[in-house]
Every structure is written in C-alpha cells, then in structure tokens.
Design a binder for this molecule. Structure first.
Ligand code: IPM
Ligand code: MN
Length: 338
C-alpha cells in the first residue's frame, strides 16, 4: 500500500513551510498519497473547533501527518485548547522525538548530536488547572505505563545510534512521588532491556543540572528521556545548538499513527513575508521517512540535502532559498549525497 500523508498546514508560517516540505517529499517519494485537513486557531475562529473530528479521522486513516503550526490567543478563550495538544492527546501520540544536531558552518557549535525523547501525553499537560481565590493549582500526572512506554521508545532510539547513551532526566529530589515513579519505571525498562545491542550506557540527572549541561556541554548528551514539560524546555535549549527553531524538527509518535511537526510556532511576525525557514518542516518529513515509512535511506538524503544547503550558505535561510537549494541538491545526479 502506498504511504499516505495527511497535510495540516495550520496557522501562520505553517501555511508556507508545509507546502515546501511536501514538495521535497514528492521529489524523493513520488508514490505518497495526500489528504488535506484543517486544525488550529483560524480553524477555531471560523468553525468553533480547533481540531474537527474529520481531521482526527484523516490522520488515523493516513497513519502519518505533517502539522505546520498553530497560533495561540495568549489568553484563556473558553472552549479553545492548542490544536497540537488536542491532536497529541486524542491520537495517543505518546512520544515526542526531538533531535538536535550541529551542521558545520551553520550551527553555533560543532559536535552536538542528541535527541530529546519527551513523554507527550501527561505531566502538567493534562490540562487540569483550578483556581480558588488567590490560589491556582495545576495537576501533574505521571503514570508507570506512560513512563515505561517512553522509556522503550528512548531505548529503541539509543540502540540505533553510535554513542548509545541514555540520560534519564527528572526531579525526584523534590518530587519523589511523581518523578520518583517516572525514574523507577524507566529504570525498570532499562534493567529488562534486551534490544538488539546490549551495552547502552545509562545515567541519571536532575533537570536543573541537565539544563546547565545543555547550555555548557551539549555534546555530552546522546539520548535524553524525560517527562513532558522538562522535555519541552530542554528540547528548545537543544535546538539552539542546531541553529535555532528554524531548523528543529520533531515527530509525535503513537502506535500506528504519527504527526511530524516543526518545533517552531506560527510566527505571526514573519508570516506572509517569505522569511520563514522551511528546514524544520522538511526535516520533520525526514523523520516520517525514517520512523514511519521505514526509508532511512531517503531520510538521510533529505537530511543531508538540508545540511548541505544550510552549510553551503543559503543566506539568509528563507523560504525560497532553502527550498530551491534543497530541491536542486535532491534532483542533481548524486541525489544530494555528496
Ligand atoms: C511544543 C510547543 C507546544 C508545547 C505548545 C505550542 C503547546 O511549545 O511543541 O514544544 O508546549 O508542547
Ligand atoms: Mn515547546
């Protein structure tokens, strides 16, 4: 059966970077079939729902989606919740895989090659907040099931990598019940792991120490596994080392369904100007090629072409310059591999 992709541009620059990523995908894998769907703030404004049921159906039917970005109102709007959070929760996309790697000649530092594996369904993201007078409370949910599940994803990824090192990040000194459960569940999976390669080096660190290391010694990380909010924060810090959010991809992964998503937002300040960098969206499609469609060869070609385009000085790295250079590299006789 042909691979299928549900295309959800969403808001702001999502409308610009997603078509570029699709164009790149058409070049390397012409047999993909496409469906288009709506989600986001504009969708909420026009239809009263940020993620219509038919969008959920379309993603389930395709098994893979590319989501551009969603704007947020920045205030409480009754009935509105960020579309991407709804998609993650409704589709059970329990793992958020966020790689950050340096590109020589582009990134602020060489030698960084890490991936943050972020639990994607619980923690403070369960959205249970209450307020009573001058006190507001947010519930933080951690379950053994979700913690074990994310540990298995992280170990599977560590198994495929050269360094094979796993860092478990938590804050069990202050949160011994919740983060203690996360840490113990990950430890349990690590202890029983019989993946293809034995000998994954495992370490643990508190999230504050991890933040310091992410700033001062990012090359000391390989695979980082952590809870939802810590992963949200650490993955943005990690993205700095690859060259910023303009080049940071991610994959929201569940069982039989996945949504690729550039980490950046809808960037209303530059939307419509052509200044958006489509690299993150293109690299997110490469993650679908690797993790969903089992074409690591094509994923490498695309990643390599983006790296060459950035390193080769597409200045500034904006929509048309990155698109044209990447397409040119992929269409040239060596397929962008040199
Ligand atoms: C991300 C974003 C989202 C998150 C926002 C937009 C809800 O920051 O994908 O990292 O916090 O998960
Ligand atoms: Mn974030």
């Amino acid at each position: 059966m042909e691979p299928r992709l549900c295309v959800i541009p969403g808001d702001g620059i999502g409308q610009e970077v997603v078509p570029v990523a699709v164009q790149v995908l058409r070049t390397v894998l012409p047999e993909v079939r496409y469906e288009r769907a709506e989600a986001g703030w504009e969708c909420f404004r026009s239809r009263g729902v940020a993620v219509p049921p038919e969008t959920l159906d379309a993603v389930r039917r395709c098994g893979a989606a590319l989501f551009g970005a969603t704007a947020s109102p920045g205030r409480v709007v009754p009935g509105y919740r960020s579309a991407i959070l709804t998609l993650r929760q409704q589709l059970g996309l329990y793992a958020n895989i966020r790689p950050a790697a340096s590109t020589a000649g582009f990134s602020p530092r060489t030698g960084v090659d890490l991936v943050v594996v972020r639990e994607n369904t619980e923690d403070l993201y369960v959205g249970r907040e209450t307020r009573s007078g001058d006190v507001a409370v947010a519930e933080r949910v951690i379950s053994a099931t979700a913690s074990r599940r994310i540990a298995r994803v992280a170990l599977r990824i560590a198994d495929t990598r050269g360094a094979k090192k796993l860092t478990i990040v938590h804050k069990a000194n202050v949160l011994p019940v919740t983060d203690g459960l996360f840490r113990d569940s990950v430890r349990e999976v690590v202890a029983g792991w019989d993946g293809p390669s034995a000998g994954i080096e495992v370490e643990e660190t508190y999230v504050d120490v991890a933040a310091l290391r992410m700033v001062g010694a990012p090359e000391s990380f390989d695979v980082v596994v952590t809870t939802n909010l810590f992963g949200d924060i650490l993955s943005d810090a990690a993205a700095h080392w690859s060259g910023g959010l303009g080049v940071a991809p991610s994959l929201n992964l569940g069982d039989g369904v996945a949504i690729a998503e550039p980490v950046h937002g809808s960037a209303p300040d530059i939307a419509g100007t052509g200044a958006a960098n489509p690299a993150a969206a293109i690299l997110s499609v490469a993650m679908l090629l690797e993790h969903v469609w089992e074409r690591p060869d094509l994923a490498r070609r695309v990643t390599h072409a983006v790296g060459s385009a950035l390193a080769g000085g597409v200045h500034p790295p904006v929509l048309s310059s990155v698109r044209d250079t990447v397409l040119h590299l992929l269409e040239s006789s060596d397929g962008g591999t040199s």
